[in-house]
Design a protein around this ligand. Sequence first.
Ligand SMILES: [Fe+2]
Length: 284
Amino acid sequence: MHPSSFTHKVGLGLRPPHYSFLEQRPSTEVAWFEAISENYMDSRGRPMEMLQLIRQDYPIALHGVSMNIGSPEGIRLDYLQKLRDLIDRVEPFIVSDHLCWTGTSDMNMHDLLPLPFTEDSVATLVNNIDFVQTFLRRPLILENVSTYISYRRNEMSEWDFVSEVSRRSGCGLLLDINNVYVNSYNHGFDPHYFLNHIPMDRVAQVHMAGPSDYGDFLFDTHSTDIPEPVWNLFKILAPQIRHLPILIERDEDIPDFHELEVEVMKAVYILESSHESERSIEPV
Ligand SMILES: [Fe+2]
């Protein structure tokens, strides 16, 4: 059984290459797992069996990649029904998706596409979030995404957009620190300014990951170890997020489970070394 001695709640993304390992030996370092909702919605075979096996020992968060919460066409009912069925089976402690759009009603782009930061987008999101939260009968948590373009017609900054959506819709925020770092590099802003201007009291979960460096821009691949600049932002935020579930994400070039456990242990160490009284976010 999973030990209950964790001071801080650091989890890991559940990925198929680790199924065999987890079947044999539950991790003693990882406090919970986050499963990609779409990988289990239509599964009646091994993926669902593994998720239910792991659910016996660990809390599970469900993280979606195709709700299309920014769609002006509204949210697909068949998708929401499948998500609600999965929620009923898994009983997750968090249900999240991304603050983006992913296509039209007849075409899923299978990508997390940027929304224009406009009043129109905020209004669409508030309507859609209200619909989803009512349908699921639970809060929805939405994640800030990595982007590589920005719209000329943006009316506000990303941090004001994220804050406004959360304030007006009542949704929680999934703060992806890697995505803040990627966007600060790609769009030329100070990541500390972003972190200072979002409502930390609305943050319900945190993601940590590593991007690929293409020189002119960073690409959010989740294929590398978490880089030092992301750890530095995590250290600065630690006093404010030490009570939250933290997740280490890895989606490509997935190493042995033990390698990712080392990153989990590093995050726990940083959180345990932080002090709640250190509340201001200042550049290092
Ligand atoms: Fe993320």
